[in-house]
Each structure stands twice: as structure tokens, then as C-alpha cells.
Design a protein around this ligand. Structure first.
Ligand code: ADP
Ligand code: MG
Length: 255
């Protein structure tokens, strides 16, 4: 293997919406055991890139390999089962359900063909239920919410609710976690705590890719940065390399 083991490998990845190339010909690597930040001006294609990787959108060009396997055409739950989990730009939690139930929903998506399937009564029901509870409890511990497991999720602070969103993703025990703007709306103290949490998760063996606008977080946390602009990759490298790249400076000043 070269420098660092690549966990996710995308080649010539693209998707068109009508006449718009939301992501175009992106070739990039997300290494194992590191934090990769994806940055770029609004509308650059960052969330779309995550939607492609996680199977929410089917690419119109290119391929995606994860841990050596071609996952280009897999459906969302199949991608989750392979070990990729994500959070969303807008946290979608069930406010009336307990924190634990929220986390368990994340786990069920991995072990079943989706929520519809969860309505079917099968002999596996009990075993799945136990597995999903254990996975969810472990996820809550990783984000520091064990003591809140039985509260309604809506009773938590906004920061706590964001952690529930992360726990929902972690409950499937992913190898790669995709975080879409995890620090959006956070004050500086909350942002620092989030950075510590992400570092902890990576210390425990997780690989992370995150989309983020807060440059303090990106520069303080990322091992590598991928820069998108108008759907295309314009730079990739260490924070130091990327921040002195003329194309990057121009993309930000011009937008
Ligand atoms: P970013 O996350 O970098 O701000 P997005 O990935 O959300 O940008 O969007 C990139 C471009 O793709 C935008 O012009 C957006 O309007 C467009 N886009 C994203 N999703 C869709 C969709 N489902 N249908 C049509 N256009 C879309
Ligand atoms: Mg976005």
C-alpha cells in the first residue's frame, strides 16, 4: 500500500440534474483512519457528493469503491451495511421518541431492508431488537449521551440533539462516517466540544469525512481537504497545501 490506505475511492464521479452537473468528474480518495474535509462555496456539490457516496443518488458517471468493493450501484441500506453511515445537514430526529429509540432507528436501517421491513413480524424480531439496542447504547456512549438515553430527544439542547443525530449514524457501527455541516449553528464552545468528539471517534478507529464551512474546525481537524467548486475537484491536499492553492483562493474570493 502507498502512504495511507485508501478506504473510499471515487473515479470520475458525476451526476447531472437536468442541464446541471452538480458533481462532475470527481476523482478522489478518502484514506482510512483520517479526517477528510470537503469544502467549497455554496452549491459546490458537497452534499450531492455525500448523497452519491451513501447511495441516496445514483451517479450518472464514474464509480465508487469502498474497502475494495464496487458499491457504485448499491442502495442506501446496502451501503450502510457495508459500513458507511451519514448525518444530514438538517438533523432529523424524532422529538417525541426517547434518545435510545432514535439511536435504535439508525441501527435497524442497517440490519433490515429499511423501515418498511421493520413492520413485518418474523422470527428474527427478538434477536434484531436485542442487537439494535446494544448497538444503539454503544453509540450513545460514544457521543456522551448514555445518561440521557430515556429522555425524549426533543428535551435535549440543540447540541444534544445533534449528538443524537451522530449516534443514529454510529449505531450501525460504520467504518466511515460522513458528517454534513456538523457545526452549523454551533457557538465556539460547542464547536470545540464537537471537534473533541470527532477526534475521539477517529482515535477509536473510525474514518471521518465532513462537509463544513467553519474554517477553524476544518483547519484544526482535517488531515486532508478536498475542495469542490461548481461540482468539480479543484484541489486536494493537506490544510497547508490547500490554503495556499491559488485556485482555492480564487474560488472563495470569486463566490
Ligand atoms: P453544497 O452542499 O455544496 O452547498 P449541493 O450539493 O447541495 O451543494 O448542490 C449542488 C448543486 O446541485 C446545486 O446547484 C443544487 O441546486 C443542485 N442539486 C442538488 N440536489 C439536487 C436535486 N435533487 N435536483 C436538482 N438539483 C439538485
Ligand atoms: Mg450542502
Amino acid at each position: 500500500m502507498t502512504e495511507s490506505t485508501s478506504l473510499l475511492d471515487v473515479q470520475g464521479l458525476g451526476i447531472r440534474f437536468g442541464g446541471l452537473d452538480a458533481v462532475k468528474d470527481v476523482t478522489a480518495v478518502i484514506p482510512a483512519g483520517q479526517i477528510t474535509a470537503i469544502i467549497g462555496p455554496n452549491g459546490a456539490g458537497k452534499s450531492t457528493f455525500f448523497n452519491l457516496i451513501s447511495g441516496f443518488y445514483q451517479p450518472t458517471a464514474g464509480s465508487i469503491r469502498f474497502a475494495g468493493e464496487d458499491i457504485t450501484r448499491l442502495k442506501t441500506h446496502e451501503v450502510v451495511a457495508r459500513g458507511i453511515a451519514r448525518t444530514f445537514q438538517t438533523t432529523t430526529i424524532y422529538r417525541e421518541l426517547s434518545v435510545l429509540d432514535n439511536a435504535m432507528i439508525g441501527h435497524r436501517v442497517r440490519t433490515r431492508a429499511g423501515l418498511w421491513d421493520a413492520l413485518l413480524r418474523t422470527g428474527r424480531e427478538k434477536r434484531d431488537e436485542d442487537g439494535s439496542r446494544a448497538g444503539a447504547l454503544q453509540a450513545l456512549e460514544r457521543v456522551g449521551l448514555s445518561s440521557r438515553a430515556h429522555l425524549p430527544a426533543g428535551a435535549l439542547t440543540q447540541e444534544g440533539q445533534k449528538r443524537v443525530g451522530i449516534a443514529m449514524a454510529l449505531s450501525s457501527d460504520p467504518k466511515l462516517l460522513l458528517l454534513d455541516e456538523p457545526a452549523a449553528g454551533m457557538n465556539p464552545e460547542e464547536t470545540v466540544r464537537l471537534m473533541a468528539l470527532i477526534r475521539d471517534l477517529v482515535g477509536g478507529g473510525l474514518s471521518v469525512a465532513l462537509v463544513e464551512h467553519k474554517m477553524s474546525l476544518v483547519m484544526g481537524l482535517a488531515d486532508r481537504i478536498l475542495v469542490l467548486h461548481h461540482g468539480q475537484k479543484i484541489a486536494q491536499g493537506t490544510p497547508a497545501e490547500v490554503s495556499r492553492d491559488p485556485a482555492v483562493v480564487e474560488a472563495y474570493l470569486g463566490s
